[in-house]
Design a protein around this ligand. Structure first.
Ligand code: AHM
Ligand code: MG
Length: 340
């Protein structure tokens, strides 16, 4: 008889016990993300048919405007959460400012805020390469019953209650943490059910893969250049393998399973780095640390950075602990590069 694995829905309920006095609000929030992920997955899978079904910006057969997939994904996640009145605010890569959600009778009583990159790496869609959704959840810090404020979103990564990603790849997976390790669930598309396929995911302590957009080499800080040369030197377990998909979730996911480091440093072209602290780097850092890996900006822990703005960019080095520590040791030789 076929073995039946635990479903994501069952896992979420089972794990509610980690939260004393839980009201089930976080479980409902995670369940809404699970639902939205399935809807977005369905559309990402059809992306190759745009030439047949119509380009973004066209009008479809029902007279509706076709949206770009990243805008569409943003709408799906937003409406899944707004309709269920599960969060009091959402910040998204697709929105200039945060969105305030009013609960029943304008009560703003929900306690969580969500920060999300609804479809990261979306330039990869046209060439049939994996993309992802990244999310981060915090408890609001302003009083319940009032509209959310920017300080509810500008919290250090340390304060995250949960974080995760969905990878729309050869199979679709939802990987998340609530601060008790990292678990991965694979979607059975025939049934529309996520099953626990990767319990207790952990980075190998050391690895042999480095992921960076090496085309920017000449623009990198000297510490990064030196570390890249180190990765390429001949020694016991080097040269390392270079693997860069250009889709953060996919690069991170592969490195977590196989052991590796992902880097998006500052460069002359991107003086603060490219990736966003609040909805890309912090959730990835929380997952990395929960999976026994490490995430820094080259000098200090990502989750200790005090955010100043919603769409703030930071450099990031994340992955297997020993590899990130080694990269940091090269960065430390150039402390003047620290003030990005
Ligand atoms: P996006 O949020 O505009 O999609 O950009 C984020 C993506 C990451 O997924 C990826 O790792 C990085 O940008 C790739 O950037 P580059 O093409 O500069 O190497
Ligand atoms: Mg992004």
């Amino acid at each position: 008889m076929q073995k039946t694995h635990m479903t994501l829905g069952e896992f979420i309920i089972d794990n509610q016990k980690h939260f004393k006095y839980s009201s089930g609000e976080l479980s409902r929030l995670l369940n809404s993300i699970r639902l939205a992920a399935k809807i977005v997955n369905h559309d990402v899978n059809k992306a190759g048919l745009v030439d047949i079904l119509g380009e973004a910006g066209d009008t479809n057969i029902q007279g509706e405007d076709q949206q770009k997939l990243d805008v569409y994904a943003n709408d799906v996640f937003k409406s899944a959460l707004i309709n269920r009145e599960i969060v009091c605010g959402i910040a998204s890569e697709e929105e200039d400012d945060f969105v305030t959600i009013e609960g029943k009778e304008n009560s703003h009583t929900n306690k969580y805020v969500l920060l999300i990159d609804p479809l990261d790496g979306s330039s990869n869609i046209d060439v049939n390469v994996s993309v992802g959704t990244i999310f981060s959840i915090y408890r609001r810090v302003t009083p319940s019953g009032t509209p959310v404020q920017s300080e509810d979103f500008l919290q250090k990564g340390n304060e995250q209650v949960a974080a995760g990603y969905i990878i729309y790849g050869t199979s679709t997976m939802l990987v998340y943490t609530t601060g008790h390790g990292v678990n991965g669930f694979t979607l059975n598309p025939a049934l529309g059910v996520f099953y626990l396929s990767h319990p207790n995911m952990e980075f190998p302590e050391d690895g042999a893969i480095y992921s960076i957009n090496e085309g920017n080499y000449v623009h990198f800080p000297q510490g990064v250049k030196d570390y890249i040369k180190y990765c390429q030197e001949e020694s016991e377990n080097r040269p390392y393998t270079s693997r860069y998909i250009g889709s953060l979730v996919s690069d991170f996911h592969r490195n977590m399973i196989k052991g590796g480091i992902y880097m998006y440093p500052t460069s002359a072209k991107a003086p603060k780095g490219k990736l966003r602290l609040l909805y890309e780097c912090n959730p990835i850092a929380f997952l990395a640390e929960q999976a026994k890996g490490k995430a820094t900006d080259g000098y200090k822990r990502i989750m200790d950075i005090d955010p100043t703005e919603l769409h703030q960019r930071v450099p990031i080095f994340c992955g297997s602990t020993k590899m990130v520590a080694k990269a940091e040791s090269f960065m430390a030789k150039y402390p003047e590069d620290k003030d990005y």
